[in-house]
Write a protein of this length. Structure first.
Length: 185
């Protein structure tokens, strides 16, 4: 079975006006996605941000739960954060996964829109079960990954649809739904 990795991208992403921006790292995204990643056996959850101040903020938040009082108070949080790595950029993420496996990951973007190389959850799940090639799921913050970045991925996972026209989930919710569809029982 393929190992799964997650990358939460904070820049470049779109804002609500479809302008290219950098978003802030949030406490909730750190905690909730780390816990979800651990529950579903994700090898590593990368939080990608180019700004040093944002990376330091994330490390400080996680440090509270990994050492001292926070670690003693909630050991489960410490375990979840052991899978999180803060990265400057995607090149760093790709290189680390390639170094661990001897092969680069299959890069799978997530988006609320359909593209030409969109794959279904059942297709990707089958690929994960029959291949040893690592899978990197990329999630964009804000209003999502840039269109050109999505189009440069190996695959694009189909959007999550509910029964209404409204389609703007938090990234935390999207991660949970997608991981359950790909790794749940």
């Amino acid at each position: 079975m393929a190992d799964i990795y997650l990358a939460l991208i904070h820049a470049p992403v779109y804002n609500k006006n479809m302008e290219t921006v950098a978003t802030s790292i949030t406490n909730l995204d750190l905690h909730d996605i780390a816990r979800c990643a651990t529950t579903y056996g994700v090898k590593r959850y990368y939080v990608v941000h180019p700004a040093e101040a944002q990376r330091q903020l994330a490390k400080r938040i996680m440090g509270f739960w990994q050492e001292g009082y926070g670690a003693d108070y909630n050991p489960d949080r410490q375990e979840a954060f052991s899978r999180v790595k803060i990265a400057d950029n995607l090149a760093e993420v790709y290189a680390e996964i390639k170094e661990m496996h001897g092969i680069g990951p299959i890069k799978v973007a997530t988006d609320a829109r359909k593209y030409a190389n969109t794959v279904t959850y059942s297709q990707l799940r089958e690929d994960m079960e029959t291949s040893e090639t690592p899978i990197l799921l990329l999630f964009g913050t804000g209003w999502g990954l840039l269109k050109e970045d999505v189009e440069n991925m190996d695959q694009i996972l189909e959007p999550i649809y509910g029964p209404t026209e409204y389609n703007h989930l938090s990234v935390r919710s999207a991660v949970a739904i997608i991981l359950d569809r790909l790794r749940g029982h």
